[in-house]
Design a protein around this ligand. Sequence first.
Ligand SMILES: C[S@@+](CC[C@H](N)C(=O)[O-])C[C@H]1O[C@@H](n2cnc3c(N)ncnc32)[C@H](O)[C@@H]1O
Length: 262
Amino acid sequence: MTTDTPQPPRIDTSKAHPARVYDWLLGGKDNYPVDEAVGEMLPPQARDGARQNRAFMHRAAAYLAEQGIDQFLDIGTGIPTEPNLHQVVQRVLPSAKVVYADNDPIVLRHAEALLVSDPAGATDYIQADVRTPDEIVRHARHVLDFDRPVALSLIALMHFITDEQDAHGIVRRLVGTLAPGSHLVLTHAAIDLYPELAEQVITQYAKGGIRLAFRTRAEVARFFDGLELVPPGLVTTTQWYASGPVPEPEVDGIYAAVARIP
Ligand SMILES: C[S@@+](CC[C@H](N)C(=O)[O-])C[C@H]1O[C@@H](n2cnc3c(N)ncnc32)[C@H](O)[C@@H]1O
């Protein structure tokens, strides 16, 4: 039966979801006991990793806005957690436009928080899977001008996509739609920095029914093939700083980089 009244997105609380486990790791409230059960079993460094990853997103997004980038396509957005990407970039450029995409219905349920844009700019939200990149770009074109630079942000997303699902091909396809001067911002959990911790995380997520594809530095570097890495290059989230003092070394198992599309 169809109805004119939009139905709220159906949330499956019987199994863990990446967005909700991440919300739990960040200390959020938009998660369920199944998600908490996975989070509780993770090594304590996982919470640090979520915080470090989110802080990198803030620095990288602000950096790009300071470079004049005023269009952002953020895939794998997560449950809104202030400040969200559009709040960071619109502080620098109020007219910035941001399109968000995530495949989890719980993000759709909370999407209003992502849609409160500065009146000078715009935000939009698409419920979509990164494995359908053409569909995402087709929707994003309603808001973003792909003839001008766009920052594509894939933050803590691609380690949910396996090689069989063609993780590198998907990123290549998305990057291929972007104009010169666009940027790719990507973070990705490492398998080779703290291998024992990484294996524990993979095992606990698998128990919750979530498959992870953590990668080596060389495998993560391949996402940036043909692009110009912005200094300091491909490092870990805490080692990437656009301005301000050089950060103190921290245990940090997530690779991060910003790169320019030539
Ligand atoms: C670890 S969270 C990261 C959230 C946010 N990008 C950040 O770094 O703060 C990963 C997000 O990717 C989303 N995700 C996982 N697989 C996806 C897919 N195939 N397509 C779109 N989004 C996906 C999850 O729903 C979740 O919201």
